[in-house]
Design a protein around this ligand. Structure first.
Ligand SMILES: Cc1cc2nc3c(=O)[nH]c(=O)nc-3n(C[C@H](O)[C@H](O)[C@H](O)COP(=O)(O)O)c2cc1C
Length: 220
């Protein structure tokens, strides 16, 4: 798949077929993902590939309460329950995410991505705001992985709502101290057609020349 096409069209898949995911495809995507950059080239990523049905069910049960809390806190649950909004197109993704949360265990392959904390330099730790740089040595790997899976023709969804259940997930998967849960990626055959394009903000809203807010023209 052409690189720009993959970057522009790697959607979040929330409806999956039940077919097993070829192990060779996952290995190829993981093998390519590990060429991601990381601070000091410390490569803190570790991944557990889960296919076992019982373990997938346990992971679903750990994810769901945090999804529900998120839905309550953001007003999503109320919006989905409001009959006057039933036809609202904007709720389509939310409804899909809700159904996805309920059926997580039926998605054939789960990837639990961990970050080895001793290999991460959180250089914005001292600032009076939440750290952003803390995840910067792990998410390039995760994005590479999503692109690799897309290139394999597989659907994938990146989620983070398993992180609040980190202690229980560690126990379930035998993860030692010193690792933090960074991402939970669900993988399978995509049940819906691939979208032609994703909705993203126009470039002019996010990229500037020389000063914040200044338009970025075609030439320097
Ligand atoms: C950090 C992060 C956390 C996310 N967590 C969840 C999640 O818990 N559940 C979910 O269904 N989607 C999750 N998503 C997927 C986003 O909802 C999705 O990327 C966004 O809506 C854009 O969708 P699209 O790529 O299909 O256009 C997450 C994405 C990111 C980057």
């Amino acid at each position: 798949m052409e690189l720009y096409e993959a970057i522009r069209c790697a959607p979040t898949t929330r409806h999956f077929g039940a077919e097993p995911v070829p192990r060779a495809a996952v290995i190829r995507a993981l093998d390519a993902a590990r060429f991601a950059p990381s601070g000091g080239n410390r490569q803190p990523w570790r991944v557990i590939v889960v296919e076992d049905q019982e373990t997938r069910r346990s992971l679903r049960d750990l994810y769901q309460p945090h999804w529900r809390t998120y839905m309550e806190a953001t007003g999503g649950a109320a919006a989905l329950a409001d009959p006057s909004l039933a036809a609202d197109r904007r709720l389509r993704a939310l409804r899909a995410a809700d159904q996805f949360a309920a059926a997580l265990d039926r998605i054939p392959l789960h990837l639990v991505v961990w970050a080895e904390l001793s290999s991460i330099a959180i250089v914005d730790r001292g600032l009076d705001r939440p750290s952003i740089v803390g995840g910067a040595s792990i998410y390039p790997f995760v994005q590479n992985l999503l692109l690799g899976l897309r290139a394999e023709g597989l659907g994938a969804a990146l989620t983070t709502l398993l992180a609040p259940a980190e202690a229980a997930v560690k126990e379930l998967l035998g993860v030692p101290d010193g690792l933090a849960l960074a991402a939970y990626v669900l993988v399978g055959q995509r049940a819906d057609p691939w979208p032609q394009r994703l909705w993203r903000r126009p470039l002019a809203e996010v990229a500037f020349a020389e000063r914040y807010g200044a338009p970025l023209g075609p030439d320097g």
